[in-house]
Write a protein that binds this ligand. Structure first.
Ligand code: NDP
Length: 248
């Protein structure tokens, strides 16, 4: 479904690849002005911007490591100076660094929590300052099925993704009366670089656990994210929507 986002300013973290890219593309299709943050994928981000420009769409990419509060502050300043407002925030950036708890290094734990959970806090806090002024905002945070049921070898990732849910439900209670709504999407296994490294035997085990017998696509997730950003979801706040083919 195509939404009309023509007067909306959106900030999407990690929009150069994977799920974030699909969200950016769908927002652009709805004629939003999109700012996306990249960390390592500068080339992909720049090429996405050129592609958008050739189609008459408005996309700006900036380097912003979401785990760095100063980077996030600078991104928010850029958005405030350029547009004076922010309507949508999609906290999509995320990483994994797997290992069993007994062997997990401090750095693995800290890196995943810093990016996947602290990043959501830094970006949400910065966005709220802008959204409060205009008494309007829609925030969608990308959690994971792993945050709901856990996974051996991903305690750091599961903790961050479960943390996003508690965080979002709390912000929903703080901000609901100000017309700022915050919801969560919890994808199952989606075909992106993040899952491409899973060994074949594990992949067939995962597929067997998905009633729809296929992995999700980035567009499957982007569709639900854009629904939550749209007016159709105007009475949803603090919700967690599963996009996992029925696996959980
Ligand atoms: P990808 O690995 O394809 O993309 C990850 C994105 O996150 C990239 O755009 C990357 O940007 C960005 N990113 C990572 N670290 C940072 C950082 N420090 N600052 C800014 N951006 C950063 O993963 P997916 O598209 O699959 O994942 C997107 C989100 O969906 C993640 O939060 C992930 O946990 C979640 N998810 C994914 C599932 C899946 O099966 N694929 C399932 C459930 C949830 P760059 O390349 O520029 O560094």
């Amino acid at each position: 479904m195509a939404y009309d986002f023509s007067d909306k300013i959106a900030f999407v973290t990690g929009g150069a690849r994977g799920i974030g890219r699909a969200v950016v593309e769908k927002l652009l299709y709805g004629n939003a002005f999109v700012v996306t943050a990249y960390n390592k994928s500068r080339t992909e981000a720049e090429s996405l911007c050129r592609d958008a420009e050739s189609k008459g769409k408005k996309l700006y990419a900036l380097k912003c490591d979401v785990s760095d509060p100063d980077d996030v502050r600078s991104a928010a300043e850029y958005i405030e100076k350029s547009f004076g407002r922010l309507d949508f925030l999609v906290n999509n950036a995320g990483i994994t660094s797997d290992g069993l708890v007994l062997r997990m290094k401090d750095e693995q734990w800290i890196k995943v929590i810093s990016t996947d959970l602290n990043g959501v806090f830094y970006c949400t806090r910065a966005a709220l300052k802008l959204m409060l002024k205009q008494r309007y905002g829609r925030i969608v945070n990308i959690s994971s099925v792993i945050g709901l049921y856990g996974n051996a070898g991903q305690a750091n990732y599961a903790a961050a993704k479960a943390g996003i849910i508690g965080f979002s439900k709390s912000v929903a209670r703080e901000m609901g009366s100000r017309n700022i709504l915050i919801n969560v999407v919890a994808p199952g296994y989606i075909e992106t670089d993040m899952v491409s490294g899973i060994p074949e035997n594990a992949k067939s085990r995962i597929l067997a656990s998905i009633p729809q017998t296929r992995y999700g696509t980035p567009a499957d997730v982007a569709n639900v994210v854009c629904f939550l950003l749209s007016d159709d979801a105007g009475y949803m706040n603090g919700a967690v929507l599963d996009v996992n083919g029925g696996m959980y």
